[in-house]
Design a protein around this ligand. Structure first.
Ligand SMILES: Cc1cc2nc3c(=O)[nH]c(=O)nc-3n(C[C@H](O)[C@H](O)[C@H](O)COP(=O)(O)OP(=O)(O)OC[C@H]3O[C@@H](n4cnc5c(N)ncnc54)[C@H](O)[C@@H]3O)c2cc1C
Length: 569
């Protein structure tokens, strides 16, 4: 059996940052990822990462406290304010750390890190590396991982988490190259497994963002938090939903409808194109639904007035993507865009240490819900979350394995892991041999389309009930799937269909949470309950898996300095 003191699952920013921290504190650490680390979705992040550095001429009096307020208002007051204060006060230190590790940020003439305006922010505080910020950050982080000699298992997929007596004992993972299943024991396991955008159709996410880690934790009895809050990004390319960063509007881009109007003046007269994402995505969709979009369903992101020099310096990747996929050159032509699924605000229920209810099991990054984004995340805060809370999860997991918790975890670990291995082997073999009449690709497509249509940007009771019924129907059809490829080596048909059951279960928590939340807050907009209802719903949804689907509980939100107010921009 393989054993590591701390096992990190996920080679994105959160996972690598956690691994570095646990290593530096003296733990023996390994990282396991189903793709090469720099192919994680973090690499695709474009627009930037927030920190109140006050470098921009217009942000001289910016502070972490103002960053916290913007984040809390952006969250529609659902974020836990103590966690947000931790996020924003840590931000400058973590950015300078990335800078010292060699991250090639874009710079001002005097050499300081450049910052651009982003949605919902009172000051320009988004640090960036042109429009390839995730690329710059992830490669820097990977270099630090290599430098420390941390072992990385590449192209291994975790399929289950071993939990017994309230403790985590390791994972069972599939070595994709050989098709061999291995039990990996660990005193502490940290998930940095990313979001589940691909449970939805029309997503900006990497195809590997299946929500796999969220599902594995949920199936092992770890509760999920605030799953109904799904972010739809206002500007993804019409047709294929490749992201067009918010940085394009941060640099001064306009949104225009078919009549040429800058319609944001109706929805957010002060913030205009830099209103938060929930408001801007709904504004675009309203223009399209009411007939002021272009045929097929899109509006324009217009950068033509920015001039070639600015576009080539600040938004070169956006220009390339627009030309390659639509033929429109943003220097001379407007870009056709529509909202697309983008981000999971909810996830594995953790505290600010990354700890879950299961001793020795931690999560950080997009798969986790601390919560710092509440009902709507501000652009630039997710990359920040990965490095702040990835580090803290690594720190606490490292402390746990050295302390009594780690010793206690050692006892009975082998037995628990052997049991998980036997159960997992059965399930994994069943999928490989499945010969039923249902094509799992159909199930996946139906799930995605239904989630986008029924549990999407605009919601109401009837459609949500249809969405929930659909999920339950798919759950009933899953045992009848058949797969085509029965080889064990690098069989992605097998690997994907192993995850499908978990995706359906995660989708069920989203639909059930959305149906039960009879109010509108942030990204969760109910046409039948248009107002925020603090008296009944200023609380987190916590979903526990049962035989009959999720059991929902509610938990209070931590309010420190900022009582909820009306949210206008
Ligand atoms: C196109 C795009 C642009 C974005 N731009 C920005 C931006 O400018 N600013 C910002 O703040 N945020 C941005 N975001 C959001 C942000 O990039 C992500 O939320 C963040 O990078 C997630 O990092 P992570 O480390 O949590 O997960 P990821 O980077 O998604 O990494 C997940 C890792 O987990 C591994 N994994 C998953 N499941 C398994 C399994 N079962 N077994 C083994 N390994 C597994 C994967 O291999 C991968 O290594 C953007 C997102 C997208 C999609």
């Amino acid at each position: 059996m393989i054993f590591h003191e701390v096992l990190v699952v996920g080679g994105g920013l959160a996972g690598l940052r956690a691994a570095i921290e646990a290593h530096d504190l003296g733990s023996e650490v390994a990282v396991l990822s189903r793709v090469h680390p720099v192919r994680s979705h973090s690499v695709a992040a474009q627009g930037g990462i927030n920190a109140a550095l006050a470098n921009h001429p217009a942000s001289q009096d910016d502070t972490p406290e103002k960053h916290a307020f913007d984040t809390i208002k952006g969250s529609d007051y659902l974020a836990d304010q103590d966690a947000v204060e931790l996020l924003t006060s840590e931000a400058p230190t973590r950015i300078f750390e990335m800078e010292h590790w060699g991250c090639p940020f874009s710079r001002l003439d005097d050499g300081r890190i450049a910052q651009r305006p982003f949605g919902g922010a009172g000051y320009p505080r988004t640090c960036y590396a042109a429009d390839k910020t995730g690329h710059a950050l992830l490669h820097t982080m990977y270099e630090q991982t290599l430098r420390r000699g941390i072992k990385v298992y590449e192209e291994w997929q975790v399929v289950s988490l071993s939990v017994a007596d309230g403790r985590c004992h390791g994972v069972v993972a599939l070595d994709l190259r050989t098709g061999r299943l291995e039990a990996i024991g660990a005193r502490a396991v940290i998930f940095g497994t990313g979001g589940g955008g691909r449970i939805y159709g029309h997503s900006t996410n990497n195809i590997t963002n299946t929500g796999s880690g969220i599902a594995i934790a949920y199936m092992a009895g770890v509760p999920l938090k605030d799953m109904e809050f799904i972010q739809f990004h206002p500007t993804s390319l019409f047709g294929n939903n490749v992201l067009m960063t918010e940085g394009a509007r941060g640099e001064g881009g306009y949104l225009r409808n078919r009549l040429g109007e800058r319609f944001m003046e109706k929805y957010a007269p002060k913030a205009m194109e830099l209103a938060p994402r929930d408001i801007t995505a709904r504004a675009i969709q309203t223009e399209i639904n009411e007939g002021r979009g272009f045929p097929g369903g899109y509006v324009h992101l217009d950068l033509t007035h920015l001039g070639a020099a600015k576009i080539l310096e600040r938004l070169p990747a956006i220009r390339d993507i627009a030309i390659n996929f639509t033929g429109a050159d943003p220097i001379t032509d407007p870009i056709p865009i529509q909202p697309g699924q983008h981000y999971f605000m909810g996830g594995i229920d953790t505290n600010a240490d990354g700890a879950s209810l299961v001793a020795g099991f931690y999560a950080a990054g997009e798969c986790a819900c601390v919560s710092v984004h509440g009902a709507n995340r501000l652009g630039g805060n997710s990359l920040l979350e990965t490095i702040v809370f990835g580090r803290l999860a690594g720190r606490h997991a490292g402390g746990y394995v050295k302390g009594q918790g780690g010793e206690a975890a050692g006892k009975g670990a082998e037995k628990a892991l052997a049991k998980t291995m036997t159960e997992t082997e059965k399930r994994v073999t069943w999928v490989l041999e499945a010969a039923g009449p249902e094509d799992p690709a159909d199930l996946r497509d139906e799930l995605r389309e239904s989630m986008f249509a029924n549990v999407g940007i605009f919601r109401e009771e009837k459609a949500l009930a249809v969405g929930l019924d659909k999920v339950r129907e798919l759950r009933a059809r899953y045992p009848k799937i058949g797969i085509r490829n029965r080889g064990r080596k690098y069989n992605l048909d097998w690997a994907r269909n192993l995850e499908l059951e978990g995706q359906i279960l995660v989708a069920e928590t989203i639909a059930a949470g959305a149906l039960a939340r009879k109010e509108s807050r942030g990204s969760h907009f109910r046409r039948d309950y248009m107002d925020r209802d603090d008296a009944s719903f200023l609380r987190h949804t916590v979903a526990h898996l049962t035989k009959d689907g999720p059991r929902l509980e509610y938990r209070p939100v931590t309010i420190t300095k900022w009582p909820p107010q009306a949210r206008t921009y």
